[in-house]
Write a protein that binds this ligand. Sequence first.
Ligand code: TRP
Length: 445
Amino acid sequence: MGSTAREHWSSRRGFLLAAVGSAVGLGNMWRFSYLTAENGGAAFVVVYVAITLLVGLPILLAELVVGRGAQRSPIRALVHYGGSVWKPLGILFVAAGFLILSYYSVIAGWTLRYAGSALLGGFEGDAGARFGEVASGWDAFGFHLLFMAGTVTIVGRGIRGGIERTALLLMPVLFVLVCGLAVYASTLEGSGAGYTYYLKMDFSQILSPRVVTQAAGQAFFSLSLGMGAMLTFASYLGRDHHLPNASLIIAFSDLAIAFIAGLVVFPMIYALGLAAAVSESTVGALFITLPRAFAEMGAVGPCGGFLFFAALVLGALPSAISLLEVVVAGSIDGLGWNRPKAAVVMGMAIAVLGAPAAWSTDVLGVMDDVANNLLLLTGGLLLAVFVGWFMKDPVSEARIGAEGVAWFFLWRVLLRFVAPAVLLYVLWEAIPGTFASIRALWGGD
Ligand code: TRP
């Protein structure tokens, strides 16, 4: 497809909401709160924010610059600026999109199911047993397929008619819901301990290698970085868009929603005396603890539960869309397929790849580990090196539409030195653990 026929966003707001929609998702609510719980509360949050600003933000801007400049999907954009030696990085991006969406959609399926259960009568009964039922087997697979079908339908409709329209519709609702839930959580008696846990620093934790690696993986996941999702969205932008501002808006919205989601989850858990469950937190924690909390709230429980899980679904959908869009854009540009065909065929392949995650939360956990701690961090590292050291004059491309910006020099320094150094350290720390968890999965079965 020639670049003249390339689709474009109909408005700046449309692009921004779609990009924020990509960033804000299960990562902000499910992943952020369980990692925060697992890694000692506020100390983790501080490291996470620091890495988001010093490493995530510069790489986000780099993705936007490459995407808008090239007006191509990731593989072609990298080849356009760097020649065919950079093609494998593009392939890594698409592969990561495949893998992440396959298990992301499984979790989104759980949330869909929980939202439905809330509507149909609440969360009575044993929450752990319920989670076991919802999160594995045909139940999980069925809701995963349902969620994938929705994602495929929207991506198949294109940038304006599908992706942009969905973001314009859902993101404001999501924002209101999350804020409303945070206010509600603050009215619960005993919520104070939750704020203390969430916001009080434990400095002994702050720079352990584990906290730093988990925080880096989370920063990349939450910003949708390291696999060309933001690059792909930026490739549908006109040349005059202010990219530095866009990167700031996206990063701060993402941080804000994650922070507010913590203000929902922690007070609620502590108010209901479920703190013990937090410390043994795993991928399933939110799905076991919070329904228990809602069940104890009496009459308002089902309604609160529905709103909470509905917020998760609304957050997950635009994120899943952006993951599928990377794969679809690659198939349109690279294989010459039309959009509906690309969406359906790739969506089906991803749905099948998600089956192991639907049958085992252990497999899901390892997929998440591999995707974040290996693929996204490697992708981010290579992209920082590419734009920082190899791409010709990225600053003049970034400056188009943003003439007055004074921090391009800082951007360059962060991209060239700070981001690669931090990412090399993190990868060095994370790789042995990730391989150990893969081996444990193999051995354990
Ligand atoms: N950022 C999303 C979330 O927080 C998930 C996501 C969407 C993503 N697109 C991505 C993660 C690309 C990594 C790469 O839920």
